[in-house]
Design a protein around this ligand. Sequence first.
Ligand code: PGA
Length: 256
Amino acid sequence: MGGKTTRNKLIAGNWKMNMSRQESIAFAEEFSRLYQPMAGVKTVICPPFVWLDMLSADKLPQQVELGAQNMAQEVRGAFTGEVSASMLVDAGCRYVILGHSERRQMGETDAVIREKTRLALLHNLIPIVCVGEREQERKNGQAQSTVLSQVRGSLADLEYTSEQMVIAYEPVWAIGTGNTASAADAEEMTSLIRSCLQEMAGYATASNTLILYGGSVTPDNARSLLEQPDVDGALVGGASLDPTKFCSIITSGRSH
Ligand code: PGA
């Protein structure tokens, strides 16, 4: 599906369980020095929950949005250790990563991710819904069916506009391994996801929803991935911890 030129790029950094308070502050200072806002490229940083409040209190450039890495599937109550959608909004979040493969590995099913996505939408948080096949599934020729069933299961019967939804294709074998998907593989799967969205949500939503690629994105490979017509951005783990590398990836999102 075409329509690339109408979509912005989105570069999201997923810090995972990294960065002390001091490291977060040092990152924010250095990043603010290096960051140059660019038309058509949005930037999101997803730190651990505990640093959200601190980073939202004007430590980052104002164009940069905050996201969380996970969210409870309940609204409030006796759920020890969980963090709700409304708390994330209060802490300054605009985005939330849902269904990351590291969470799926801990037992999150498509049904759980769907419920979290529903609650995120209800609270005006933009979910970054992650899907991606494991190495064995790719070897077995099941990469596409796995990803499609995750997209269908995680978004089943939900209503959203293209501005309210982001999807990230993250092949599990590419995450944290240095084994980036080829630009052609990233394009093949992001375009397939877009066709699936078209079936589920209609042409207009599908052609305007941002679909990211994630998995060992670096300053060296970002441009070739982001040049693909259906790759609208990147979800960056390791390289997002380094302000210089992350800024360089953001710059790669500039229109080609
Ligand atoms: P990586 O992580 O860039 O370190 O491979 C990506 C992710 O898990 O979102």
